[in-house]
Design a protein around this ligand. Sequence first.
Ligand code: ADP
Length: 300
Amino acid sequence: KIAVLGSINMDLVIRCDRLPKPGETVAARSMTEVPGGKGANQAVAAARCGGAVQMIGRVGDDGFGQKLLNNLLQESIDCSAVLTAQGCESGLAIVSVENSGENAIIVIPGANARLSAEDIHRSESILADCDVLMVQLETPQPTVLAGIQAAKRAGAKVILDPAPAATLAEALFDVDLICPNESEATAIVGGRLETIDDAAEIAKRLHAKGPAAVAITLGARGTMLYDGQTAELIKSIKVDAVDTTAAGDAFAGAVAVRWAQTGSLRQAIQWANLAGALAASRAGAQPSLPTHQQIDSLSS
Ligand code: ADP
């Protein structure tokens, strides 16, 4: 059983010939609504990987709230702990993309910002029942901390994806695994990450902050795992990268499910690299998240 505490957003993806400059108006060519948010993406990733997933979060009482819930329910995710924030909009991301591929994004936290530590205490029975809790940083840090502490009391493993990059309260590092990408890792401990040796060094510095294990995702290069004893690069496979959006979410969901199933973090990361590679080889965020059958057929 996997619990995911995190953001649930609707992404409004606007395509235009070029992005407007400040003060300028341009016409869009199209607008599409795409369910997103790191929390929801990771929940969908874990569900497709075969996990029994419980989502903990908040949507707004606008028209998007129900659509977002329906989207999660379609993926067989238990939404009994997804609350509705009264008089509040759902989390939204306005994603403008121009022909060159360059984008500009405005995130409206909306209902995600209303998810409180008290809400987590009300969901304590869910956390008492899960094997792994996944958290990210698109909901308030005190809420994330309440989730981490409740899961630890219950003996569940906790995976923190420290995204988007932020300054973290010290207590948030008390997790079983932290899985930043390159820029999130250097945002936390500083330094430059270019070579594999740099990645090992930065993983060690992150480990010193408290997590039991560190997995820095390195895009096409794979993942640097440091468990407090050895630093090891676990390679990914070669794919034609089309759109790396949500590769990190596919990776996190797959790690959670395989770690819960096998108890081996190393095996879980090998499998999750394939999930990330598959997501990078397909367009979009949630549509690109692979199923466990697809991941298994790559590994055989
Ligand atoms: P994020 O999306 O958070 O920036 P990454 O781009 O590091 O995360 O991707 C997460 C994982 O997905 C990587 O550790 C790797 O295993 C896999 N992956 C991502 N991009 C590629 C790629 N182009 N080729 C192969 N594997 C990839």
